[in-house]
Ligand binder design. Structure first.
Ligand SMILES: Nc1ncnc2c1ncn2[C@@H]1O[C@H](COP(=O)(O)OP(=O)(O)O)[C@@H](O)[C@H]1O
Ligand SMILES: [Mg+2]
Length: 335
């Protein structure tokens, strides 16, 4: 699977929450994604109707009737569009033109459903608040684990060691050794748990170094080959974005190693315009992805919610036998 795989782009376009309609200069539709089809009912081959505003506006000789087709730098424009059987719906629309090599022009119409706007904004804020509260709680648990439980377990370990010389009977000796071993393991587990709950390197070093530290940690525990390619240009992204990308990549690694039993993972991070994209590929045993999975496990659901809260998305490509490719992006500058 590569970035040039046509099915991948089709899948990606169908996952988008905006309607995408590609039309030619005569407004004839060549492509419409699933969301666009659901919102408008328009089919490939039909012509895109004019909105109520353009239907009634005065146009000069030779001038385009469609406002969006003429004004180059128009942002989202609100108007009513004829949709199913004479019904009109209020949409927010934006149009981009593409000049093809043969001199023809194609136009891409992006349509947002305004009825979802308020719900989208409230949901986004709620998710961000919840996730920030969750991060704060994780930090607290991490501190408690490290400072209280960790210290107590270590004191028990020291106490146990001082008892060693007075234990003579063989049966107690082997019990003693088992307890000592278990305690040492508990100390290591506690350290790892508190590290995972709170990534200290993220606050201090930024995203790239924090991911590198996380990779080293996994490599020290499992026989896994992890490659990390990054071209992040921004010195530091804002806190929420860094944390989002860190947590999402952490979950991808966790799933690849624990569920997929992968031994080769590639992580890519790259910045383009106002977005940071990421891709995590693993050679593990893969799985059949279905949206219902997100109701069962929390990992994928949290990844998606985290990304959506920073104007991003997640796309999962996998099948039994692997490989698994997780793609996504976040928006770093609103524009
Ligand atoms: N990289 C992967 N390789 C194989 N299976 C995966 C992978 N990622 C997710 N899965 C499957 O999807 C399920 C849901 O994942 P997730 O939402 O992270 O929940 P959890 O990790 O808590 O089980 C996992 O239980 C696993 O069966
Ligand atoms: Mg998981």
């Amino acid at each position: 699977m590569t970035f040039h795989h046509i099915d991948f782009y089709r899948h990606l376009l169908n996952k988008l929450k905006v309607g995408i309609v590609i039309m030619d200069e005569d407004r004839r539709i060549h492509y419409v994604n699933e969301k666009g089809q659901r919102m408008t009912g328009w089919e490939v081959g039909e012509k895109v109707p004019y909105c109520t505003y353009c239907q009634s506006r005065t146009v000069l000789d030779g001038q385009e009737r469609c406002l969006l087709a003429t004004e180059e730098s128009m942002d989202y424009f609100q108007a009513e569009m004829p949709v199913y059987q004479g019904k009109y719906m209020p949409f927010e629309m934006r149009l981009s033109s593409m000049h093809l090599q043969d001199g023809k022009k194609m136009m891409v119409l992006m349509i947002k459903d305004p009825s979802e706007k308020e719900t989208r904004q409230v949901r986004k804020l709620l998710i961000q608040e919840t996730l920030l509260a969750q991060e704060a709680e994780r930090k607290r648990i991490s501190q408690e684990l490290h400072d209280v439980i960790g210290q107590n377990v270590f004191s028990i370990y020291l106490g146990l060691q001082s008892l060693r010389p007075v234990i003579n009977q063989t049966q107690y000796c082997s019990l003693y050794e088992k307890m000592e071993e278990l305690l040492l393991r508990t100390i290591t587990d506690l350290k790892q748990m508190s590290k995972k709950l709170r990534p200290p390197s993220l606050d201090m070093l930024g995203l790239n170094s924090a991911i590198e530290a996380m990779i080293d940690e996994w490599k020290s525990l499992y026989d896994v080959d992890i490659t990390f390619k990054t071209d992040l240009k921004s010195e530091r992204l804002d806190n929420v974005t860094e944390l989002t990308l860190y947590r999402v990549i952490q979950e991808c690694l966790h799933n690849a190693i624990r569920h997929g039993e992968a031994n080769r993972i590639i992580i890519q991070l790259y910045e383009y315009g106002q977005y940071v994209y990421f891709r995590v590929c693993d050679n593990g045993k893969g799985f059949e992805y279905h949206p219902d999975l997100e109701a069962k496990g929390l990992g994928i659901r949290h990844m998606r919610e985290r990304l959506q809260s920073v104007a991003g998305e997640l796309v999962i490509e996998s099948q039994t036998g692997g490989p698994t490719v997780i793609d996504g992006y976040v928006t770093i500058k609103s524009g």
